[in-house]
Ligand binder design. Structure first.
Ligand code: XIL
Length: 352
């Protein structure tokens, strides 16, 4: 649980700005303790923490040795999602032989810098080794899936705030149904429920999320399909705690209904999170609208961008992130910080 939520509201307001910012985000500690708020250069993570939220990024283990990269990471972000290191093709490349080395590197970095972790991802049709996708026997696949979930969650037990238990199980287009995958085709519709039940048993303390893309527009059939699944799970007591909206947006940013979508899902009794945010060309307005949609939703507990600098992005041709390839803050950074309630440092200096 976030420390802000444990404290009473009044105590939190007194203590959090100085103590919490200093502890959780080392970068925030550099301002003199008695500096006026306008001069205090806040960071994304520290600013999000003031409303009990987090601000995270995807991290690639291979980049941690780059000091520009890790400098921004540790100054700005207080939640980390491994970009690829917890996926099946890395963690269980051959049956029963597990490799957690690259993910352990990231988890250790997070522990050393006071950052929390999102686990990504346990059951997904993509980045899945061929030995899994070629299984045709249901009993075999069921035990392989459950063993993968249990072994990976056990390895990281106590270190993961939330797991993307199932990723991208719904089809694009107008069907509102599950997509074709080895899990769907061999195990049937019940595979998602089975994965969540197995996950709850493996680590009862971790939050369990369903994560997907193109579910941000409320009227889309895919959004409606996921909504019906979450409603069904909640009504039958299938364990699910959160829904992740990947939010890989085009130049226009989020659909106008995004906040409606977030609040409708939250009303089912789950947390909602923006889990893989990037926006083609990173227009400040598009970032503002995205961050505001979360800030305006009480159960939107955090935002994760899918990489640090444009050069780190899986869509690097779109320049979709908050930091330029040289590590400098882009206009979208100031927009995001402002939407979180913060004051960009440069603006504070010129006005103060
Ligand atoms: C992407 C990574 O960023 C790339 O490095 C990798 O080559 C492919 O996967 N949805 C997800 C993420 O859930 O795991 C994907 O990450 C982006 C789309």
């Amino acid at each position: 649980m976030n420390p802000l939520k444990r404290l009473g509201r009044r105590r939190a307001s007194v203590l959090s700005v100085l103590a919490l910012a200093a502890v959780v985000t080392p970068g925030a500690a550099s301002a003199a303790p008695d500096a006026p708020d306008a001069l205090r250069a806040s960071t994304l993570g520290a600013q999000a923490a003031q409303s009990g939220r987090y601000f995270g990024t995807a991290v690639a283990a291979g980049r941690l040795g780059d000091s520009t990269y890790s400098g921004i990471l540790d100054r700005e972000f207080n939640m980390i999602t491994p970009e690829n290191e917890m996926k099946w093709d890395t963690t269980e490349r051959s049956r029963g032989s597990f490799n957690f080395g690259p993910a352990d590197q990231i988890v250790s970095h997070a522990a050393a810098h006071g950052q929390r972790m999102r686990g990504h991802t346990l059951v997904w049709h993509s980045q899945l080794p061929g030995w899994v996708s070629s299984i045709t026997d249901a009993n075999t696949l069921r035990s392989v899936m459950n063993n993968h979930i249990t072994t990976e969650m056990n390895h990281f037990k106590g270190r993961i705030y939330a797991w993307d238990v199932v990723n991208e199980a719904f089809a694009d287009g107008g069907s509102g149904q599950h997509r074709s995958s080895v899990f769907q085709n061999v195990l049937g519709n019940g595979f998602i429920e089975e994965a969540f039940r197995t996950a709850r048993n493996a680590d009862p303390a971790a939050k369990l999320c369903y994560n997907d893309y193109n579910i941000e527009n409320w009227s889309d059939a895919k959004t409606q399909g996921v909504y019906r699944m979450v409603r069904d799970f909640k009504s039958r007591g299938v364990p699910i705690d959160c829904v992740g909206f990947q939010s890989h947006f085009g130049t226009g940013g989020p659909p106008a209904s995004f906040q409606t979508t977030l609040s409708n899902f939250a009303a089912l009794g789950v947390d909602v999170q923006i889990t893989e945010l990037d926006i083609a060309q990173a227009s400040p307005t598009a970032y503002t609208n995205t961050v505001r949609a979360c800030m305006n939703t009480a159960r939107c507990t955090g935002i994760t961008v899918w990489g640090i600098r444009d050069s780190d992005s899986w869509r690097s041709g779109d320049n979709p992130l908050l930091f330029a390839s040289n590590g400098s803050k882009k206009p979208a950074y100031n927009a995001a910080l402002t939407a979180l309630g913060g004051t960009p440092a440069a603006a504070a200096r010129t006005s103060g």
